[in-house]
Design a protein. Structure first.
Length: 202
């Protein structure tokens, strides 16, 4: 299904477009064109753990070299082993890491997890098993979102530190008169904890 040249290399999106125009009647060419323009990486793994289809973003996000696909479509164990050797999954024996990952993959269980690559990119990986065996995985770059969450968390921590040291009781409620924020002095006055106030009606 993956658009590729005669040497087995995946064709870039622009070339995929030209191929699709020349092969308008071929559903696989049209499908590949759609896959290559998705903002997320997509891979389809068969029951035997062969990667039977993937898009350009999949290889880009995982930074997979051409040699892995030189002989055609790669297998999941081969890709996992390559990643384990270059330290993508952290320290440990690459063979053991690969064996454990392959064993999990063979169970064909739906999963969602986040993984931060050595280059700092954080990926959200969603795997969905297929009725006939195998599964589809979607890889989304959530680096910007995680950075924003961290920045908000840091700002909230700074605000908490500041308000907890202000010599005054601070309370903020929404239109429904539910507590949105309270500082430590306010909570101490009522002999309770801040966590017991937030979200509660007055």
């Amino acid at each position: 299904m993956n658009a590729r040249r005669k040497n087995g290399r995946a064709a870039p999106p622009g070339e995929s477009t030209n191929n699709a125009r020349r092969n308008r009647g071929r559903p696989d060419a049209i499908l590949q064109l759609l896959l290559d323009y998705l903002p997320s990486g997509v891979s389809l793994v068969g029951p035997d753990l062969e990667i039977v289809a993937y898009n350009a973003k999949f290889r880009e996000l995982l930074d997979l070299p051409e040699e892995l696909f030189a002989d055609g479509l790669a297998s999941l164990p081969r890709v996992v082993h390559f990643n384990a050797v270059r330290g993508e999954y952290g320290p440990g024996d690459p063979e053991q890491i690969t064996a454990a990952a392959v064993e999990r993959a063979r169970k064909m269980v739906a999963h969602v997890f986040e993984r931060t690559r050595p280059n700092g990119i954080t990926l959200e990986v969603r795997g969905t098993p297929l009725p006939g065996g195998g599964f589809v995985s979607i890889y989304t770059d959530i680096t910007e979102r995680k950075q924003t969450e961290k920045a908000l968390g840091d700002s909230e921590a700074e605000l908490r530190l500041l308000t907890d040291n202000v010599p005054a009781m601070i309370l903020y409620v929404n239109r429904q008169m539910h507590c949105v924020f309270a500082n430590k002095r306010y909570a101490d006055f009522f002999e309770t904890g801040v966590a017991d106030l937030v979200g509660k009606p007055l």
